[in-house]
Design a protein around this ligand. Sequence first.
Ligand SMILES: [Zn+2]
Length: 505
Amino acid sequence: MGTIIYGAAGLLDAAEGVQSDVALYIEGSRIVATGPLAALRGRYPEAALEGGNDVFLLPAFVNSHDHGRAFGSASLGIPDDLLEIWLPLLSGCMAAAPYLAGAWEGAQLLKSGVTVAAHSHIPPAWTQMYDSSVAMLRGYRAAGVRPAFHPPMVDQNPLVYADEAAFLAGLPDAATRALAAPFVQPVPLTTAEYLDLCAALFAEFHDATDHTAHIQVSPAGGQWCSDALILACVDFARQRQTRVQMHLLETRYQAHYARRQWGHSFIRHLDEIGALGDWLTLAHMVWVDEADLELLAARGVGIAHNPSSNLRLRSGVAPLAALLAAGVRVGIGLDGHALDDDQDYLRELRLAYVLANRPGAASPAVTVADIVRLGTAGGADITLGAGAPLGRLAPGCLADVVLLDWAALRGRWSPAGHPAPEDALAFLLHRATRRHVRHVLVQGAWVVRDGRCLTVDEDALADAIRADLARQLQDSGRQAGLAAARVLAPHLRRFYAGWEAAPAP
Ligand SMILES: [Zn+2]
């Protein structure tokens, strides 16, 4: 016997608009039928009945780029700055142990209405890549989130996107150079070792049927990876029909790097080496050239748009309207860096909407429905691949459903019939936050009920995380790394300011 879930209104597919009197019939992990409540009750009279006239149904959200940090870096004592300065500081940031981080992060995402998360892994140490990946995957799965998990790899430019010896030589004295030395060490992992561990994770966790987890690969960022590494990752992904996710063109210095290196854009370079395809997702893409948009669309490349993170790390505002107008595939990700450090996916959609609509009557408009599509079906497309049965509520799709508190959203002041169905999505996008996520279903099972995560014990997790962080707070090695990064910060700022003064060709 299955279950009928109904709502006063709902959005089955962002391409179709809001309907009133909407219901789903679910058996096991999948949606079998959709329609008005009375019609489904007639067809499935034995089904259990859930939902109500005070909820709004919609497909669960897909967080297309994140890191599973469990807590924002600012919450852990690392203030925001330019990415190039913030990253060395991040190496001294406390971090919850991987299982705890995955379980805690998973619970926070579920309570935000997110059931799929692209996870760019940050191992506690490069030597712990495999073990920490397994622990993090198990943490996410304990919560019930579907991770699209990609361990990272880098093989060049660990500190600056330039000749590191020249940067070190420009530091004022030997003591400062000694502080910088640990930041320019090559990673103790070869590309072959990296791909071996990805293959082992793939064999154990990749699930292309029910999409409980995907294992992907990640040359972590264009400037940090040789062409050989990027192409080895592409080969790995294509052989296994999985995906590649990279950070790209997050800051303008990364765009400058490409022009210094090849005399043209990063996107053109990746195309020249055969590294653009529909198996690739590029995160951030703030500094993409308008001239490259058609190429991105033609190659089927996916873009993970991260509006909060791009503001907080002073990267800028990605040209979302132009990307969509060019027909580029786009999803939206939190990057662990939402404006309020709270992984609120609904607020992130709102921010994406207001930033996408630029001043001027002639500016292209991005609609509310466009934004909700990017957060649902668009995200599933670039995170799990074309045709993934998520991001929509249709027969055959996996039953990942969010029930928003429609009564609370409408407020006591809303008269009956307000908002009209054609206005309901804008009403929702401008008002909803994670506190309106009342119930969430993953794979046909309840994971959030009345705002409470059912799958993990958040109180016990918080206690374990607090004890873990208390140990790290006293760790002298971590404190020394953070102090060194703080000493280097003004030198890094001056170094990149020099790039502003003499822009690349
Ligand atoms: Zn990221």
